[in-house]
Design a protein around this ligand. Structure first.
Ligand SMILES: [Zn+2]
Length: 163
């Protein structure tokens, strides 16, 4: 009869082992060694397994936060803030710095306008110089008088100043 006793004991130990293992597995732990803890320590291991905090909840938060969109991808309709953050076309404010979409667009337009103005001024200036050179040649050739040249020169410089 002692053999039956050992078998019952082993069956009971194995039951505790499986119970411990499934409990900690459900709680999100690596359950590899818990079968043997349950097998050897029985009810004590089971109580420890039951008292362990459920790690599944701890795992939920990082998983959820990682699904928060980091911003649109290149092929999605988007606008880029002046801080460098890409934002969805439907959002009116930057997700990073909170700047308004319209504000960013105005800044961009102002910047491009400035660039155009500068290049126009340069073009205008080079044109004025070109005209002055031509008038100087006419003056040197005697085609126009010094007075006429001075008049043209003042006109050109005045028109440049207006731009
Ligand atoms: Zn921004």
């Amino acid at each position: 009869m002692w053999l039956l006793g050992i078998l019952i004991y082993l069956a009971q130990a194995a039951l505790f082992g499986y119970a411990c293992r499934s409990i900690v597995e459900n709680k999100g732990y690596d359950a590899g060694s818990w079968f043997w803890l349950g097998f050897f320590f029985g009810i004590f291991a089971l109580l420890v397994a039951l008292s362990k905090p459920d790690q599944n909840y701890a795992y939920v938060y990082p998983a959820e936060s990682s699904t928060v969109p980091s911003g649109p991808s290149d092929d999605e309709d988007s606008w880029t803030c002046s801080c460098g953050r890409k934002n969805y076309a439907y959002s009116n404010a930057c997700a990073k710095c909170g700047k308004l979409k319209t504000q960013v667009e105005q800044e961009r337009q102002a910047a491009s306008r400035k660039v155009t103005t500068v290049s126009e001024e340069k073009l205008e200036e080079s044109q004025v110089i070109q005209y002055l050179k031509e008038y100087k040649e006419l003056l040197d050739n005697g085609a126009i008088s010094q007075a006429e040249f001075d008049k043209k020169k003042n006109e050109l410089l005045a028109s440049e100043a207006k731009v």
